[in-house]
Design a protein around this ligand. Structure first.
Ligand SMILES: *Cc1c(COP(=O)(O)O)cnc(C)c1O
Length: 465
């Protein structure tokens, strides 16, 4: 399996190379040159497989001959050990033909664990084989950093440095990062805001000369191909649980960077009968404007009750556009270059392609809170604000009542007490049992000035692997 860039000007890579690479050198994102496809018979024969066994079936063709099948099997068998529900991704029914897929049973209570638990293990395996050690640097406003730390805490070939804005992430989010005491985990609280953290990480990738020569710098942000790949599995799993592939299903996905829902699109292209994909956004609605109205212009960032979906640009959308422009890298390069400086729209043909499978809806904070309250009143099921946006959008734009609509529940409500209490819930929602000690556990974190040289010096001084 080869991977090519959406902008058509970068060399093709194999899986191992793409795992260690972020953006392509031409500024594009890597996608498979061709997708594996499965017949209805293949898919039907997977009914009843455990989540882990299904994951192997789906992931193997993407990894191809880069990892021997037995080794890949062992990696995948280990990936879900820290998920606390026996089915890994349980489905809960809210109403007739209306379901939520709980993707928050992993160690940090958000769906990013699916991608990062697998990514950490794949990276460590490949690095071990190459006798190579790397440094991961990332900036986080909350969810990604903790998922990355949990995914890398047992990796002996990786040091991970996560920058978060000092005193500007929630207590749960901070503690999920700082209570991981493994030697290769390094938390830095920067006396600045999230943008400052992100700028320092970007600057470090642009000029890596501060690092010792034998260390490569690796990114684990949401454009990493392996993250997308890991997320394809639960679309198949949910469908098989509800009578697929004989019976088509629809999905609604709380969306920010478009990584999660893009994995659903890939599942459909690989042969899974999906009737509709709903892009659910908060007031950061570039994708809703694009899909409903072909308005693909950048707006200023808004801070909402669903912070993990607060984005200006959805980086992974470029991967879908590549297909919708019939894989014309030059056209994508032109579109994305103009997008930087002007308000752009898609061609009519590309717009029609997007609309064939996707619908979209925007949900503001007021409606988010109302939906949490409504769903709790009628079902006693407590949604987190991101998942509530998914449920509301699904209810607004679903095409067919006779097809099961599955909303991806991307986070546990205990991660976002503010929104839940605004919805009238009488107290902070409780953390699951296995996290009961989170507020007593020892923390380790270094507070640094908002200064690139201090952060880079800290990185160099603390490499352990
Ligand atoms: C990251 C995140 C999202 C958005 O996912 P994308 O892949 O960026 O679209 C939604 N909900 C939660 C809770 C998240 O952490």
């Amino acid at each position: 399996m080869k991977y090519i860039s959406t902008r058509g000007q970068a060399p093709a890579l194999n899986f191992e190379e793409v795992l260690l690479t972020g953006l392509a050198p031409d500024g594009g994102l890597y996608v498979p040159e061709s997708l594996p496809t499965f017949s209805q018979q293949d898919i039907a024969s997977w009914a009843g497989l455990s989540y882990t066994d299904l994951a192997f079936k789906i992931v193997q063709p993407f990894v191809d001959d880069c990892i021997p099948a037995d080794d890949l099997k062992a990696i995948i068998d280990d990936t879900y050990v820290d998920f606390r529900h026996p089915s890994v991704a349980p489905l809960v029914q809210l109403d007739k033909n209306e379901w939520v897929l709980e993707l928050f049973q992993g160690p940090t209570l958000a769906f990013k664990d699916f991608a990062l638990q697998m990514l950490g293990r794949l990276l460590d395996y490949v690095l071990e084989r190459r006798h190579q050690k790397v440094v991961i640097m990332g900036a986080t406003s909350g969810d990604t950093g903790s998922a990355a730390i949990q995914g890398c805490k047992r990796c002996s070939n990786i040091d991970i440095f996560i920058l978060h804005p000092h005193q500007r992430v929630s207590d749960v989010q901070r503690r999920q990062m700082t209570t991981v005491l493994a030697d290769n985990i390094h938390n830095i609280a920067v006396k600045g805001n999230f943008d400052d953290c992100q700028s320092m990480v970007k600057a470090s990738f642009n000029d890596k000369s501060f690092l010792p020569e034998d260390r490569q710098l690796v990114a684990v942000n949401s454009i990493n191909w392996a993250r997308i790949m890991a997320q394809i599995v639960y679309y198949f799993y949910a469908s098989l649980s509800l009578g697929g592939p004989l019976r088509p299903v629809a999905f609604s996905v709380p969306t920010g960077n478009f990584g999660d829902i893009y994995a659903g699109y890939l599942a459909s292209k690989m042969g899974l009968p999906i009737d509709q994909l709903v892009v659910a956004t908060n007031t950061n609605d570039i994708l809703h404007r694009c899909i409903s109205n072909n308005d693909f212009a950048k707006h200023a960032l808004a801070h909402t009750l669903s912070p993990s979906m607060d984005i200006v640009i959805s980086s992974n959308f470029e991967r879908l556009l590549f297909d919708c422009y019939d894989r014309d890298g030059a056209a994508i390069n032109d579109l994305m270059t103009r997008f930087q400086t002007e308000d752009v729209a898609l061609t009519d043909a590309a717009f029609a392609n997007v609309r064939s499978l996707f619908d979209s809806y925007k949900v503001d904070d007021e409606q988010t809170v109302k939906t949490i309250a409504d769903v709790y009143d009628t079902t006693e099921y407590l949604l987190d604000p991101h998942s509530a946006i998914g449920v509301e959008a699904a209810r607004k734009v679903r095409r067919r009542d006779d097809i099961p609509m599955i909303t991806l529940a991307t986070a546990h409500p205990a991660k976002f007490p503010e929104a839940v209490m605004k919805a009238g819930y009488p107290h902070e929602p409780e953390l699951p049992h296995h996290m009961a000690t989170l507020f007593d556990d020892e923390e380790r974190c270094t507070v640094l000035d908002n200064e690139l040289s201090s952060v880079q010096q800290f990185v160099v001084d603390n490499i352990t692997a």
